[in-house]
Design a protein around this ligand. Structure first.
Ligand code: ADP
Length: 532
């Protein structure tokens, strides 16, 4: 532990909560700048909604959401409209305070008029979301899945998914929401931190029973009932990749601001916790992403009133140890060095034993013997299959690469990433996350977007209108100027203007091509002039 930083450089910095730059100039940090902000309920909902505007079908794994208080009138109007068009629709909504966790401040409502607009909500923004009324039940109980995902690199994008996760169970049998049972948290909310206080909570002494089980034990049950588990996995992988694709544009803006290109700095990786709910029809729905998932492998047990003891939790251990172990394997800075050592020095057992000494890896002493062949399998193996270990005592590998492995199927979704690249190009001053009016004008000019129908005066008005509205939402007052989301809105506006009849994603793709073409031509011209 180095609570005040450390003078000598490290290979890996493992921060407890979030990225904070303690003058780190090299090595790898286990947190991305801006990730905590990006996965807050409101920011995540916004990022997913931008993708839903572009690709509604591909992003239908996230419940319809509204941001409070600013979208309260919209929420009321849309619900009224949907009820008018389908009088049999009897929805339930879930209100979740922004930045909350562990079920804190969450409540269910039947009608928009039940929102507590006074007091807490006004002082605390929130997301209101369609409640998924028909979740898949096991033993008559609602449960959710916590999956661990390693974002190994942002540029190029590299994503790994742990092949096992946790299933966290409610402690009261589930009933569809009615006015009578809306308040029963043990029936509707799957949070471990809430259900642990229920008299019905069962600490699991193995991975298949109790209130917290492994996800693989649920899959076994589903498979024995004849469910298509392979399809379920592929839907989950697709949900994870699409969610990360929604987050990457803004993460890149944070990244270049905290770790400017061309200056010495660390690289980042991060373990994320994905909370997923399975619907009755086995469709996975994203609930939230956690930037700092709990890695505890113990739970508290009350020995006698008021006397607690930490006891090992076999389920947590089974899943989490493997996630940390594989993460360290994948980001291991000694990997390359080791290859050289192996080539140069005749294999000596003692030599190899120092490889993993610098991290105390629980239960994985045998890791020193991991062969290069096995590491290749770790990187290449498709999710779900078990690589062959050359030595029987090796722990199996849990993190499976899904991106770039499946990049071909998902790259067409990465439009906002390309818009973010344009945004970053025109940011100008290093270390900033907002575009000034001059930067926006330069973008318009260099991409040849202004013409007789769209004067530079209209450009300024567009900039002022959109920037003012985004800044009035009070997200980040530290800097003035246009944030990425505002730029994306302006970009969509320009795309709609220029390519009227196409669907939105084609309009945006065409405008990106147009801008990239003109910028490439400009770069070429500058290069030639430079040479001249
Ligand atoms: P927190 O960060 O406070 O845990 P979540 O978004 O994870 O907030 O929600 C808490 C719990 O509420 C979830 O674990 C899940 O059981 C339930 N929940 C959240 N959103 C929905 C939804 N849209 N439909 C059904 N249940 C939900």
């Amino acid at each position: 532990q180095f609570p005040f930083g450390r003078r000598l450089p490290c290979d890996i910095y493992w921060h407890g909560v979030s990225f904070h730059d303690n003058d780190i100039f090299s090595g790898q940090v286990n947190k991305f700048p801006g990730m905590t902000e990006m996965v807050r309920k409101i920011t995540l909902s916004r990022a997913v909604r931008t993708m839903q505007d572009l690709f509604p079908l591909e992003y239908n794994f996230y419940p319809r959401s509204w941001i409070l208080p600013e979208e309260f009138p919209l929420f009321v109007a849309e619900v009224r409209m949907m009820k008018d068009s389908d009088p049999s629709w009897k929805p339930t909504f879930i209100v979740k305070p922004d930045g909350g966790c562990q079920g804190d401040g969450i409540y269910l409502i039947k009608d928009p008029s039940d929102i507590r607009l006074t007091g807490s909500i006004q002082s605390r923004p929130a997301v209101v979301q369609e409640y998924i009324c028909k979740p898949l039940l096991v033993d008559k109980l609602k449960f959710d899945i916590r999956l661990y995902v390693l974002l190994k690199s942002l540029e190029p994008l590299e994503i790994y998914i742990a092949k096992d996760g946790l299933s966290r169970f409610c402690t009261e049998p589930y009933q569809e929401p009615t006015l009578k049972n809306l308040h029963q948290v043990f029936m509707h909310l799957t949070n471990y931190s809430l259900n642990i206080h229920s008299g019905n909570f069962i600490h699991s002494d193995n991975v298949n029973t109790g209130s917290k089980r492994t996800f693989s034990s649920i899959l076994c049950r589903l498979s024995s009932r004849g469910a298509d588990v392979k399809k379920l996995w592929s839907d989950i992988i697709s949900l994870v990749i699409k969610t990360i694709i929604a987050l990457t544009p803004e993460l890149k803006v944070y990244y270049q601001s905290d770790i400017p290109a061309g200056k010495p700095g660390p690289t980042c990786f991060q373990i994320l916790g994905f909370d997923i709910l399975l619907m009755k029809n086995l469709k996975p729905m994203l609930l939230e992403v956690n930037a700092n998932p709990s890695m505890r492998i113990e739970h508290e047990q009350e020995l006698s009133p008021g006397v607690f003891e930490n006891v090992p939790s076999p389920v947590d251990e089974e899943v989490k140890v493997a996630v940390i172990r594989d993460t360290l394997r994948l980001v291991d800075p000694q990997k390359k060095k080791r290859k050289d050592i192996q080539q140069n020095i005749a294999s000596s057992k003692n030599e190899v034993n120092v490889r993993y000494d610098y991290f105390m890896c629980y239960r994985c002493q045998t890791l020193e013997h991991v062969s290069e062949a096995n590491e290749e399998l770790l990187e290449a193996g498709p999710a779900g299959d078990t690589p062959q270990s050359p030595e029987p005592e090796l722990p199996s590998l849990c993190l499976k690469q899904v991106f770039p492995k499946y990049a071909k199927q998902f790259n067409y979704l990465r439009l906002v990433d390309r818009v973010a690249a344009l945004f970053i190009r025109f940011l100008g001053v290093k270390g900033t996350t907002k575009l000034g009016p001059t930067g926006f004008r330069t973008f318009i000019r260099n991409c040849k977007l202004s013409n007789s129908n769209f004067s530079m005066a209209s450009v300024d008005i567009l900039y002022i209108d959109i920037t003012r509205r985004w800044n009035s939402m009070g997200i980040d007052h530290k800097e003035s100027g246009m944030c990425l989301q505002a730029f994306v809105e302006a970009f969509f506006c320009l795309a709609q203007k220029k390519y009227k009849s196409l669907p939105l994603h084609e309009q945006v793709a065409s405008l990106i091509d147009f801008c990239e073409y003109h910028l490439a031509a400009l770069d070429e011209k500058r290069l030639v002039c430079g040479r001249g």
